[in-house]
Design a protein around this ligand. Structure first.
Ligand code: ADP
Ligand code: MG
Length: 279
């Protein structure tokens, strides 16, 4: 178990004693992020890093700053101070499409305008809205980033996603007709259209029935085994404890503790601040 202070120290010496490059081992590194909205401080000195290929959980009480942190990392909001690094680059303050172009995406709720488009159309539009019109990542496996992908390639990738998430039978259905759970699958499929390296999931299971929840989690594990890195915010503690090998606990805008499920469960500060009310 490392507490917040330890996590801060670890970040300072992130090259590590074994000489391995921190940017490869920890692709996402967040340092001392601050963000206020008017008089409300949402994030107040959050620091953490995410291990490559991990499924890391981010938990904390309502208002702890989890969603704001996601928004700061993916360029939806600009931090007041602090740094976000992804791979070997600093990405602080970049626009969402620029961040996506680096291979870091988050899921978004499907906007109402997209309800009148089919599932397939939703997927085919996703890369464009994520990484911009001109320079977007090729969805060809192994191709260089920034290659202008052909419509046929995007269509192929869309069908790959439909197939993977087992919603190919819904390809011609309007997004507005999907169930809550199917919508969540489409949201995740949309995020994956550009074949990112890392995906941030903010409550992807909200309103999803148990069998679809199981399926969604299986998909996440399968993708993780394929090399994707995931950061997951989820209010269902059992889901986090049973699926994430590493857990970060946020409280009042900063990291309160980090560790494995067992370490988090027995951490006095986490119990006092958070788990006490949940168990
Ligand atoms: P969490 O996702 O952990 O529940 P949030 O990051 O959504 O927490 O919110 C942290 C705090 O910041 C809350 O007090 C919330 O009301 C406030 N907040 C978040 N986004 C905004 C915003 N766009 N404008 C004003 N206040 C916000
Ligand atoms: Mg939230």
């Amino acid at each position: 178990m490392s507490d917040a202070a330890d996590a801060g120290r670890a970040t300072e010496t992130e090259a590590g004693t074994d000489g391995r490059d921190a940017s490869a081992e920890y692709p996402l590194r967040v340092e001392d992020l601050h963000k206020s909205f008017g008089g409300i401080t949402a994030v107040e000195g959050a620091s953490f890093r995410i291990e490559a290929g991990s499924l890391t959980g981010l938990i904390g009480p309502n208002g702890a700053g989890k969603s704001t942190t996601f928004n700061l990392v993916t360029g939806v909001h600009k931090p007041d101070s602090g740094a976000v690094c992804f791979g070997d680059e600093e990405i602080t303050g970049l626009e969402p499409h620029e961040v996506a172009n680096k291979g870091l995406v988050r899921t978004f709720q499907i906007a109402r305008q997209l309800d009148e488009m089919t599932v397939l159309e939703n997927l085919m539009l996703a890369p464009r809205s994520q990484v911009g019109e001109v320079l977007w990542r090729s969805v060809l496996p192994g191709a260089r980033r920034g290659v202008l992908a052909q419509e046929s390639t995007v269509r192929d990738r869309a069908w790959e996603m439909l197939d993977f998430f087992e919603i190919d039978h819904l390809a011609e259905e309007f997004a507005g007709n999907l169930s809550g759970g199917q919508r969540k699958l489409l949201e995740m499929a949309r995020a994956l259209m550009t074949d990112p390296d890392m995906v941030l999931l903010d409550e992807p299971l909200a309103g999803v029935n148990p069998s679809l929840e199981k399926k969604l989690l299986e998909h996440v594990h399968e993708l993780r085994a394929d090399g994707y890195t995931f950061l997951l915010v989820e209010h269902d503690m059992d889901v986090i404890m049973n699926n994430c090998e590493h857990i970060i606990v946020m409280h009042q805008g900063r990291v309160l503790a980090e560790g494995t499920a067992d370490e988090i469960r027995s951490n006095e500060r986490v119990i006092d601040a958070y788990l006490g009310e949940n168990v």
